[in-house]
Every structure is written in C-alpha cells, then in structure tokens.
Design a binder for this molecule. Structure first.
Ligand SMILES: [Zn+2]
Length: 241
C-alpha cells in the first residue's frame, strides 16, 4: 500500500488494495465543446450527467469476500447497475464505465484512464466510483466515502452521500467521509469513491451479497447526490484551466 494517507497515521488504512495512488497523476484536458443530450425524465437530478464506475473488473477482481469468496468486482457491478437505475429515475443521465465483467487494460493506470476518458467525452458533471472495502481485522465495518483533498465540492458530495448512507443503512459503525488520494478522483469535477462496506466483516458481507441491500446502498448514494444537488452549487459544465 502506498503512502497516500499523507501523514494521517491515526486513520485506519483499510481500503481496496488495487487502487493506485495518484499524487502525480496527469489530469487529461476536458473536450473543448462538449454536447449534452436532452434529458428524458424530469426529477431532482435532471440536467446532471453522472459517471458511475463499477470498480475493478476482468483480471482485476479487487477484494475477495472472506466467507463466500465472491469477488469485489462482481458486487461493485451490481451496486453500480442499481445506482444507474436509481439515478435515471431521478432524472440524471448516466454514463457507466462498465456493465459487464471487463477491463480496458491490464495496466491499472491505463485502465483507470480509459474510465476517466469516458466521463470527459460524455461531459460528466459528477463521478461516483463504487467499491467494497476489506481489512485484516474482521471487526471493521461500515460504508465510507472518499474525496480528493482540497476539492471543496467533492468533499461536500462525499459528506452528503456519507450522511445518506448512515441514515438509510444504519450501519453498526458510523464512519465519516475522508480525503483519499486516488487516481480515479483526478477529474476536475466533483468526484467520490464509495466503499460500500467491508467484505472482511461477516455480517456486512452477507448484507452486501443480497440484492435488497445492494439496492438500498444504491438508493442511499442517489439520495446523497440529490441532497448535494439541492444545495445548488454544482457548476455544471464549468471549465477549469
Ligand atoms: Zn476496490
């Protein structure tokens, strides 16, 4: 594991091992003249384009659930699909990085860059990357949302999603949104990485494997995004130099 915690040594370093630290990651330029398709459904997220990333895929399984042996990549895909549905019901346009068990490249950075490019090409306003956590101690549990340090809008988005997840899922352990230096968070749009729960915790693993809980997780993430949107601070389509 890289030193992406940057001195926050008191913090539990329990995240997916397969995520690259991205301190020096290049930030690809956004397309000059993005076009936005018309929305089909009216709702609180009408006008928003959300890039939904199901973490890992293909030869990169991510974390392995401790009891069932199910790979993180497969659970991510199910939660991401439920999230797409929930977001579309709220009027958002959704771009998925993947909808099958695949990878863009066996090189981790190339794979993540291809995912980020999809968001740029589609002129996404927000990014949500879906993951499952693990830790050597089986007692750790609870969803946790990560954002890039110094990004105020991402921090706010992470906070509203974290709060919505606590409210909807009532986890035994309530975590706080936290800064994390992930390559996947390197676009200049509000971006979060959601660790939906711990596959190393017996009770949480069981929950995360059920369709009902996957849907509740997805709806909680959507609720957090709706709350964020209600604050009306998203600069949709704003360019950063
Ligand atoms: Zn992961």
């Amino acid at each position: 594991m890289k030193t992406w915690w940057k001195g926050r040594k008191y913090i539990l370093a329990a995240v997916c091992l397969c995520l690259l630290a991205g301190a020096a990651a290049p930030r690809p330029a956004r397309p000059a003249v993005p076009a936005k398709p018309a929305q089909q459904t009216d709702g609180p997220l009408t006008g928003y384009t959300v890039l939904v990333d199901a973490g890992h895929g293909g030869t990169d399984g991510g974390a392995k659930a401790r009891d069932s042996g199910v790979w993180e990549k497969d659970i991510n895909l199910k939660v991401a699909a439920a999230l797409k549905e929930a977001l579309e019901q709220s009027g958002a346009r959704v771009i998925m990085t993947r909808e099958t068990d695949m990878e863009y490249s066996r090189g981790k950075r190339e794979d993540l860059t291809a995912r980020l490019n999809l968001g740029q090409q589609g002129n996404a306003d927000l990014l949500v990357s879906v993951h499952m956590n693990e830790y050597r101690s089986r007692s750790e549990s609870g969803p946790q949302v990560f954002y890039r340090a110094g990004e105020a809008r991402s921090r706010l988005l992470a906070g509203t999603i974290q709060q919505a997840m606590i409210q909807a899922l009532k986890p035994a352990k309530e975590r706080a949104a936290m800064a994390g230096d992930y390559f996947m968070l390197s676009l200049s749009i509000p971006s979060v990485l959601v660790e939906c729960g711990f596959l190393s915790n017996a009770a949480e693993e069981k929950l995360l494997l059920t369709e009902d809980y996957q849907r509740r997780v997805a709806q909680a993430i959507r609720d957090g995004i709706v709350e964020y949107a209600s604050l009306q601070i998203v600069e949709t389509g704003a360019e950063e130099s």
